[in-house]
Design a protein around this ligand. Structure first.
Ligand code: SOE
Length: 388
């Protein structure tokens, strides 16, 4: 079985998720399409990198990501750093002929995304973005039902991604609140996950009409670069700085196929944790999903006899997408980790088969076009074509 040497750049929350996936993927998918080998990890400081290597199971560590790119033994570059370094690392990786797995959103701007797409196309390396939620078996099942025509032609998509980790003004200013590092706020960080799901299930987006809001305009500067996602609070004495990204975004969409919809994302929605939901209405039925109950898919088929009509709950298990590889009993429990393991399998399989992975840099670029159009629409208060 072929081995693929991984160089992971970044050592935070996402590095943890990716490391688990590299280790666990062959335990779930056997025979595996290949065995990822955790070769080297990079963090900003010697201490951080050494610690990350020990914790996440890497053979080696460095503080210079360029060393990993230049290492001929490395097959895969995994980018799990904040958004401002995605473009530079990904372009260097593509030029060195390495396959690339990159955290979402692809970059800070459409220009950066375009450059990444161009570099990846030129080199022909497999490239993939970590929009993992579409790998939740219930969402993949929704896609299967839609493709089979089980709910007919799609009329509307209503999606949300609501979190509350930044609702408290005492949550300090991490990189996620800074335009120079993150590009945008809730829009790029979590709104893009729903855009990815909408594109996956319904199709590409032609036009948007959006509104961005920032509610907390300044926060205390965070100690250290690691994002603590609301788990630490600042004291009143700490130095304050401006938040220059959105806390919340809502927008209406017109899909290219004529369907319509709406999407909302916030990190300030008290009481909501990882509230990714969508309701899709077709002309023959409906589908509803809530990530906080991610083993379940709610479906309504209008073809059912009149006295039996109603939403029913399907608990995903062995009969459903990737079910045989995951757990043998429905509702045993799908988690964030399982979505990352399926994602890892699809990525390694694409490399082995010499095929395109999805979602890839082209998808990421199109999502950036959509984000750009939402920002323009919010500024100019009008519908804007995405150019996708
Ligand atoms: C923070 O909002 C965050 O960590 C996102 O960046 C991730 O993409 C999401 O999956 C969980 O929340």
């Amino acid at each position: 079985m072929k081995k693929y040497n991984v160089g992971l750049i970044g050592a935070g929350f996402m590095a943890k998720a990716h490391s688990i996936a590299y280790a666990a993927m062959p335990m779930f998918f056997w025979p595996a399409p290949g065995i990822p080998v955790k070769k080297i990890i990079c963090d900003l400081t010697e201490e951080g990198a050494k610690d990350a290597a020990a914790r996440f199971g890497f053979e080696n560590y460095t503080t210079k990501w360029q060393e990993i790119i230049n290492d001929p033994d490395i097959d895969i570059i995994d980018i799990a750093t904040p958004n401002d370094s995605h473009a530079e690392i990904a372009i260097a990786a593509a030029e060195a002929g390495k396959h690339i797995f990159c955290e979402k959103p692809i970059a800070r701007t459409k220009l950066e995304a375009e450059a990444m797409l161009k570099a990846a196309k030129l080199s022909g390396v497999v490239n993939m973005l970590a929009f993992n939620y579409r790998r939740t078996p219930a969402i993949t099942l929704a896609k299967k039902f839609i493709d089979e025509g089980a709910i007919g032609n799609i009329l509307t998509f209503r999606g949300t991604y609501l979190q509350d980790w930044s609702a408290d003004p005492n949550v300090p200013l991490s990189w996620r609140f800074q335009k120079s590092i993150a590009g945008t706020g809730a829009l790029g960080d979590i709104g893009t996950h729903v855009i990815d799901i909408a594109r996956y299930l319904v199709g590409d987006i032609d036009e948007v009409c959006g509104l961005l809001n920032t509610y907390i305009h300044e926060r205390s500067v965070q100690n250290g670069s690691l994002d603590k996602l609301g788990t630490v609070k600042s004291t009143s004495e700490t130095e304050k700085a401006l938040v220059d990204v959105d806390d919340e975004v809502s927008f209406m969409v017109k899909f290219k196929n004529g369907s319509t919809g709406s999407i909302e994302a916030t990190r300030n929605g008290w009481g909501r944790n990882n509230y990714i939901t969508f309701e899709i209405h077709g002309d023959k039925g409906s589908i509803f999903f809530n990530y906080e109950r991610r083993d379940e898919l709610q479906v309504y088929f209008a073809d059912d006899s009149y006295d039996r009509r109603g939403f029913r709950t399907i608990y995903t298990g062995p009969a459903h997408p990737n079910g045989e590889a995951l757990w043998p009993i429905p509702a045993l429990g799908i988690g964030y980790t399982e979505t990352k393991i399926v994602e890892c399998y699809d990525f390694i399989k694409a490399i082995k088969d010499g095929e395109e992975a999805t979602p890839n840099f082209n998808d990421g670029y199109n999502i950036e076009l959509i984000c750009d159009a939402i920002i323009k629409s919010s500024k100019e208060q009008k519908w804007v074509k995405t150019g996708c």
